[in-house]
Design a protein around this ligand. Structure first.
Ligand code: SAH
Ligand code: SF4
Ligand code: F3S
Length: 483
């Protein structure tokens, strides 16, 4: 290991050249938060580094959603402890901060269990990071997990054009945080607090900065993004549909997406936005968790399987080529074989283009953890395997249905070889394409030739618009209606 001490201390000119290593776990909201924390630290003189050994500050932005996610943090902290001791022997100081949802859920406990940690900071307080680090520098151990009364976004430095450019032509933009739904398995309402929407003007300001710096595709984020509500310039109440309409007017944005949505918050105007806005991509992540009404009730999802299928019907009427994605939990307390078969049945009806599925993990403090009839690990594993095999089959069928079709691809980055680039389909699949097809940031029409394990291949160059056939059209599988 090389000693980079001299390069990472404030130099004689007073210019601070400290380095921060940020590792992100969990959902896209954490990815966004890590960027914003990085931006706040940049103003404080920290440069990002990818090399943990070079870091003056190690920041873990953590996830508490399942037990395994939370436990990962402690094994990482074990490795960091050794690194910190090694650096200390060479007289180099390294600070360790834990942010995100484990920070919020466990607070002081983290320092008790892993004394290597200097700072614990929750997701609602990270605008206070520089000030908290100043306290750490004075020798304190700091825990900042109060829900702040002030709006953190207003207290964070604005993201600058060079910062945006390093992140490429796609960007995340958090518009809503927190959750009031209290599904009985889920920690999010406890780690992220209640639902808060960022005001329209603040979102539009950030969106315009993204567009001006060359961002072509923006994904709006929220734990329950379709619960976003706000007021338009005339003071009228609007929902996510209205926000998407406003964003679609910004020159430069070619593609809009949003995630994650709750079935109960898909209102008529949002469904209509899928019909009206060509920029709103035909891909929707709409988790259902289970196909059994009994389990959905125990989960406090407050909708039935039939409600969900009816909703999908309405969405598909508005946007027939929409591809669907979902989340599933197997082995929720009390789930019988028959309940699980209901999930398999729902999956077969919907035929998701992609999906995420998990074994139920009891989370401390949630109602699910104290329910009766916890399901055996072996049973959970077997159900998960069967479900994943079915989901995979549908994902492959969906990808194969695109072979021979011409689809629009946003070129995102260089490929593995110089003659290739990687882009994204409207349905969020990576597409490997010929470098000659277009420059990064272009949207080009290409003919899909074949499927790779997790992506699509198109080596034929751009198809001129006049010759494009079946552009983006995907044969929608009709959903059999459940009365
Ligand atoms: N707000 C999103 C979900 C966020 S958590 C929504 O309502 O859909 C992402 C996914 O993790 C959930 O959809 C769920 O499938 C899974 N998940 C959440 N808590 C879990 C738990 N205790 N055990 C297993 N999976 C869980
Ligand atoms: Fe968790 Fe349910 Fe809220 Fe989603 S809607 S974040 S699953 S409590
Ligand atoms: Fe995990 Fe927190 Fe996101 S628990 S999934 S990082 S909201």
């Amino acid at each position: 290991m090389t000693d980079t001490t001299a390069a990472t201390r404030p130099d004689e000119t007073g210019i601070n050249t400290r380095k921060v290593f940020i590792k992100t776990y969990g959902c896209q909201m954490n990815v966004y938060d890590s960027q914003r924390m990085g931006d706040a630290l940049a103003r404080d003189g920290y440069e990002p580094t990818e090399v943990i050994e070079d870091a003056d500050l190690v920041l873990l932005n953590t996830c508490h959603i399942r037990e395994r996610a939370a436990e990962k943090i402690y094994s990482e902290l074990g490795r960091i402890k050794l690194l910190k001791a090694e650096k200390a022997e060479r007289g180099v100081e390294m600070r360790v901060a834990v942010a995100g949802c484990v920070a919020q859920a466990e607070g002081q406990e983290i320092i008790d269990r892993a004394p290597v940690v200097d700072l614990v900071i929750g997701p609602q307080t990270y605008h206070r990071l520089p000030e908290a680090l100043a306290r750490v520098a004075r020798g304190d151990k700091v825990v900042e997990t109060d829900y702040a009364v002030e709006d953190k976004f207003r207290h964070l430095p604005k993201v600058t054009a060079p910062q945006i450019r390093t992140r490429g032509v796609t960007a995340f933009l958090t518009v809503q945080e927190g959750c009031d739904k209290f599904c009985t398995f889920c920690v999010v309402p406890y780690t992220r607090g209640s639902e808060v929407s960022r005001p329209l003007a603040q979102i539009m300001g950030e969106a315009r900065a993204l567009a001006a710096a060359g961002v072509r595709e923006v994904t709006l984020l929220g734990q329950n993004v379709n619960a976003w509500s706000g007021q338009d310039e005339a003071g009228r109440d609007i929902g996510l549909g209205g926000l998407l309409r406003a964003l679609a007017e910004i020159p430069g944005f070619a593609r809009l997406r949003y995630t994650t949505s709750h079935p109960r918050d898909m209102d008529d105007d949002l469904i209509a936005a899928h019909r009206d806005l060509p920029a709103l991509m035909p891909y929707l992540h709409l988790p259902v968790q289970s196909g059994s009404d009994r389990i959905l009730k125990a989960m406090n999802r407050r909708h039935t399987g039939a409600d969900y299928l009816r909703l999908l019907d309405r969405i598909r009427q508005a946007r027939p080529d929409i591809a669907l994605s979902g989340d599933f939990i197997v082995g929720f307390p009390g789930e019988t074989d028959a309940d699980f078969e209901d999930t398999m049945k729902l999956v077969s009806e919907v035929r998701y283009a992609s999906a995420f599925s998990f074994k139920y993990s009891a989370r401390p403090g949630t109602p699910g953890a104290t329910m009766d009839d916890h399901v055996d690990e072996a049973v959970k594993s077997e159900r998960l395997q069967r479900l994943q095999a079915l989901l995979r089959e549908h994902q492959v069928d969906f990808a194969e249905s695109l072979v021979g079709r011409d689809i629009d691809v946003l070129v995102e980055k260089p490929g593995r070889y110089p003659h290739q680039r990687v882009g994204r389909s409207p349905f969020l699949q990576p597409v490997v394409l010929d470098a000659a097809a277009g420059e990064i940031g272009d949207i080009v029409t290409v003919r899909i030739e074949s499927t790779l394990p997790n992506s699509l291949l198109a080596t034929g160059g751009a198809v001129p618009a006049a010759e494009a056939r079946h552009r983006n059209a995907v044969p929608a599988e009709p959903i059999r209606k459940i009365a």
